[in-house]
Design a binder for this molecule. Structure first.
Ligand code: C2E
Ligand code: CA
Ligand code: CA
Length: 714
């Protein structure tokens, strides 16, 4: 870029060659780049072809005169803001007036003072640039506002005038009665009624105290559409501190709010049926319970579970099962909606009172229960609704449901407790047959209380070492020698005495305490093994029952070996007994877990084998060391028949796969002999010994593994 161009580009238009020469001479001297045109036509041509920063334009020219040139330039987008300096006759008032009207920015009299000309050109150019800069930034601002769906506005206090950006008009209606909108009352008319007080007080505080605000509210556009807006405004004061105007921005956030609502809806509703989910149900129920509490009213939770739904999935496939659930959900929804509830409550509330909280479990919040009978009527209706035949894939299906009902405040006084009570009632309903409903009652209450109490006690028992391990010998029936032991847990209850696992293992499973209990057992067994070793007793292999939740824990192998390592016990001294059900679920992952336990050195035993009895051939895929024939088959083993056949094929299978086979629950000599004769020497049962407390088991270890049998060695 050379010096000429840095000064700016001037188009000089005059039919007088002398004036052109003198003018261009002084302009070039002042640093401008000058192009010359000797008539209006040429001026327009040059303007079309090139960019200029300013035009010096003679008014009087033959043909197209200066006024016309100016007007044409102004019609162009590009020429809208181009500074035009007109050369007019001396003190010719009329031509000056005409010059301005045709779009001139400035004028200079002829004859021209050349020094004055260059100054005027320089000034004109600078203001042209300034205007352009403002233009640009306004365009950018408008663009930004459009993107943000944001309008800006101001209210001038002195002039009582409202002005706003184009985007503001676009967003909130071009036909706005701006005069109306400009007054607070006029504007408020378009604000959503529930937001009016908020907007009015915010604006008042702004105008009177100059307090800025940021609010969101709903407003109705002239076309009737309701928009959610965010508005931020502040006051501008003069030097004396008076508020002269307020300025603000208003943003249309409807889409954002809608997206938010969609997300909220998704997270609060069940994806399959569209019903409320557990979370939403809990929220709605909490509000309604509170309302009922205040009004001394009553409401009920109806817990509904489809009977034998699993068999629908099994028979028809999961897709059909989903379809069934959707149909049932719709029926529940409409039978609750159609209920008298709707008359009592706004539709929103009634619609949200049916929820799907689990696979085939639904809950209904019944409001305004005046007597237990109200809830019973609804329960009856729901049962009938479910029992109506359904057709899925051209097959007719008839389902039933069981229902448990708990009433607030009679049965419980929090949502959680009420839901639990309804679930209790559901269990009772299920137990008394299909298609039944039951109310929660005192008896269930008592049972639930006892259970809760036991749960807490069990928690304490695990923490405070009230649990005990007993050890039952595994014996080699051929030699009569000890071949191992199974650790079996007991609970030394402070009041109730020694409890067997049957009395607390199911509870531990239900209460989520089974993993903690299992950890305790493993640690206690390892501690016992260490103590026996320290006492110089012969080492013995101990079997531990590993419950499914423990087995399914992440890193179960690392965890188990870490627990026993604390007592310095190696995995080689431990057999883990697992249940058959684990093999059926997700075999691939089970195999990975089994392998990882084995790699640590644990031996693996399949407990109660044969009860599932679905997967004999399957068995060889699993890396197992031992099979335990369930007691059920041992009991009748000497009578021949089916049980004996099963026991024998388990033994056969075990040998084929290279697994050790253990018979458990051996109570008679006949059983022991039969099993021994059929190549199953390792046995466990009352015939040899019941589970023993550690000191008595130690006595056997001390006697070098020889057991005292009731009738001498078999
Ligand atoms: P299981 O693993 O099948 O354990 C064998 C059960 O049969 C023991 O009952 C044992 O006392 C009993 N039993 C042994 N020999 C005979 C016999 O000749 N005749 C009869 N009728 N029964 C015999 P227990 O100790 O009451 O344990 C019951 C169940 O509780 C166990 O069955 C096991 O599934 C579970 N269990 C016991 N201890 C634990 C443990 O530490 N953790 C886990 N997760 N479960 C355990
Ligand atoms: Ca066992
Ligand atoms: Ca067993």
């Amino acid at each position: 870029m050379d010096d000429d161009q840095r000064g700016g580009r001037v188009l000089l238009v005059d039919d007088d060659a002398m004036i052109r020469m003198l003018a261009s001479e002084s302009l070039r001297h002042a640093g401008f780049a000058v192009s010359e045109a000797d008539c209006g036509e040429q001026a327009v041509r040059l303007f079309d072809a090139q960019e200029f920063d300013l035009i010096v334009l003679d008014v009087m020219m033959p043909g197209v005169d200066g006024y016309q040139v100016s007007r044409r330039i102004r019609q162009h987008e590009r020429g809208q803001w181009l500074p035009i300096l007109m050369l007019t006759g001396l003190n010719d008032g009329e031509s000056i007036e005409l010059a301005y009207r045709s779009g001139a920015t400035d004028f200079i009299n002829k004859p021209v003072n050349w020094l004055l000309l260059t100054q005027r050109v320089r000034y004109g150019m600078r203001s042209g640039q300034a205007i352009q800069a403002v233009q640009h930034s306004q365009q950018r601002l408008a663009h930004a506002q459009r993107l943000a769906r944001m309008g800006s506005w101001e209210w001038s206090v002195a002039e009582a005038r409202f002005a706003c950006s184009d985007e503001m008009l676009r967003l909130f209606g071009g036909d706005w009665q701006l005069a109306g909108a400009a007054t607070l009352d006029g504007f408020l008319a378009s604000v959503r009624e529930s937001d009016r007080a908020l907007v009015a007080s915010a604006r008042r505080a702004l105008l009177i105290d100059g307090q800025p605000y940021q609010i969101t509210y709903g407003m109705q556009r002239p076309d009737g559409k309701l928009r959610e807006v965010y508005e931020q405004a502040q006051a501008v004061r003069d030097t004396a501190g008076r508020i002269v105007r307020v300025e603000g921005i208003t943003q249309d956030i409807s889409e954002r709010i809608e997206a938010q609502q969609r997300i909220e809806h998704l997270s609060m509703h069940d994806g399959l049926t569209g019903l409320a989910n557990r979370q939403l149900f809990a929220q709605v129920a909490a509000v309604e319970l509170e309302r009922a509490r205040r009004n001394h009213g009553s409401c009920a939770i109806v817990h509904l579970d489809i009977d034998h739904f699993k068999s629908v999935n099994d028979a028809l496939g999961n897709a059909a099962g989903d379809q069934v659930l959707c149909t049932l959900a719709e029926r529940l929804r409409s039978s609750v909606r159609g209920a008298d509830l709707l008359a009592l409550n706004p539709s929103m509330r009634a619609a949200e009172t049916v929820a799907r909280i689990d696979g085939d479990a639904f809950t209904v919040l019944v409001l305004e229960v005046r007597a237990a009978g109200d809830a019973a009527i609804i329960a009856e209706r729901l049962l009938q609704t479910i029992a109506r035949p359904l057709s899925i894939d051209d097959r007719e299906v008839v389902l039933t449901a069981s229902i448990g009902i708990a009433v607030f405040p009679r049965d419980a006084d929090s949502v959680e407790a009420l839901a639990r009570a309804a679930e209790q009632a559901l269990y009772a309903a299920r137990a008394s047959g299909p298609a039944t409903y039951r109310f929660f009652d005192e008896e269930m209450n008592a049972a639930a209380r006892v259970k809760l109490h036991l749960e807490n006690e069990l928690r304490r028992a695990i923490a405070q070492d009230e649990l005990r391990l007993h050890f039952q010998p595994k014996v080699d029936a051929a030699s009569g020698r000890l071949s191992g032991a199974e650790a079996l847990v007991r609970w030394q209850h402070p009041r109730r005495g020694l409890l067997g696992p049957g009395e607390f293992i199911p509870l531990a499973e239900e209460a989520g305490l089974i993993v903690a209990l299992g950890d305790w057992v493993l640690a206690a067994a390892a501690r016992q093994l260490r103590q026996w070793a320290e006492a110089g007793l012969a080492p013995v292999r101990v079997s531990i029952n590993l419950a499914s939740p423990s087995f399914l824990e992440e890193q179960v192998a690392e965890k188990c070996s870490a627990i026993i390592a604390q007592e310095g016990i190696a995995p080689e001294q431990v057999v883990l007994e697992l249940t058959e059900s684990l093999l059926v679920v997700d075999a691939e992952r089970t195999i990975v877990r089994l392998n990882s336990l084995r790699e640590k050195g644990f031996a693996l035993s399949l407990d109660d084998f044969g009860t599932g009895f679905s997967s004999l051939s399957y068995l060889k895929r699993f890396p197992l060391d031992e099979l335990k024939i369930d007691r059920a088959f041992v009991t009748d083993v000497t009578r021949g028949g089916k049980d004996a056949a099963i026991a024998l094929s388990i033994i056969e299978l075990g040998h084929q796969f290279g697994m050790r086979v253990v018979a458990e629950g051996v109570e008679t000599r006949a059983q022991a002999d039969f099993l021994l004769a059929n190549r199953c020497p390792i046995q466990q049962g009352f015939l040899f010994s019941p589970p023993l407390p550690p000191d008595r088991f130690a006595a056997i270890l001390g006697s070098d593994g020889g057991l005292a049998f009731p009738d001498g060695p078999p």
